[in-house]
Design a protein around this ligand. Structure first.
Ligand SMILES: Nc1nc2c(ncn2[C@@H]2O[C@H](COP(=O)(O)OP(=O)(O)OP(=O)(O)O)[C@@H](O)[C@H]2O)c(=O)[nH]1
Ligand SMILES: [Mg+2]
Length: 193
């Protein structure tokens, strides 16, 4: 287990904590497994709240990890039944985080392995590219792909959209992929704010 602690849940930009450490942001559709991935990486069940109900993480949750990083759990998007006011609040909160945060080093864009790229993921991807935010794609819930041909097909579809990078895979059930994601995080260059 790695030392990890909750810092704050920020519902407004004024509540973002000090830009003290490099940040790794976890982005993706509602229910894709962002909070589960954070818990698996720090090997601490229950650090980030997870739920089978989409829209569990509402504010931006900041965690300090190993005294070296801040992990940032962003509220999920793309939940069809979310009210429009909530969708707009999500957009402006995420917008202000992604456009202003100087210590943001790397975005992990999580996709459900069974669904691949969906429209809202494509929009986010274009947005990250527009703002020149480095990001890596992680296909989550990989344990749900039962056959080798399903896994091969999924990886090919993910590569087709972002050919410059091998997509990473992850399962919170088996822990598969956590080591590679840690390697990617460790490789990101440390930015001095
Ligand atoms: N089988 C399987 N289930 C997973 C995996 N990761 C997450 N889940 C389940 O998917 C559901 C959503 O997981 P969360 O980690 O809460 O998802 P989230 O992206 O943080 O969701 P929001 O906070 O609502 O945006 C929970 O029921 C998890 O147990 C995985 O790798 N495999
Ligand atoms: Mg969550």
């Amino acid at each position: 287990m790695m030392p990890a602690e909750f810092i704050i849940g920020a519902a407004r930009p004024e509540q973002f904590p000090a830009e003290a450490l490099p940040e790794i942001a976890f982005l993706g559709r509602s229910n894709v497994g962002k909070s589960s991935l954070i818990n698996a990486l720090v090997n601490k069940k229950g650090l980030a709240r997870t739920s089978a109900t989409p829209g569990c993480t509402q504010a931006i949750q900041f965690y300090r990890v190993d005294g070296r990083w801040q992990f940032v759990d962003l509220p999920g998007y793309g939940y069809a039944r979310a009210p429009l006011t909530q969708v707009n609040a999500w957009k402006s909160l995420i917008d202000s985080y992604l456009t202003t945060r100087k210590v943001l080093q790397l975005c992990l864009l999580l996709l459900d392995a069974r669904r691949g790229w969906m429209e809202s993921d494509e929009q986010l991807r274009e947005w990250l590219e527009h703002w020149e935010r480095p990001y890596m794609v992680v296909a989550t819930k990989f344990d749900k792909l039962k056959t080798q041909s399903e896994r091969v097909r999924t990886l090919a579809a993910l590569r087709a959209t972002k050919p410059d990078q091998e997509p990473m895979t992850f399962s919170a059930v088996t822990g598969q992929g956590a080591r590679e994601i840690w390697q990617a995080i460790s490789r990101t260059k440390i930015h001095k704010p």
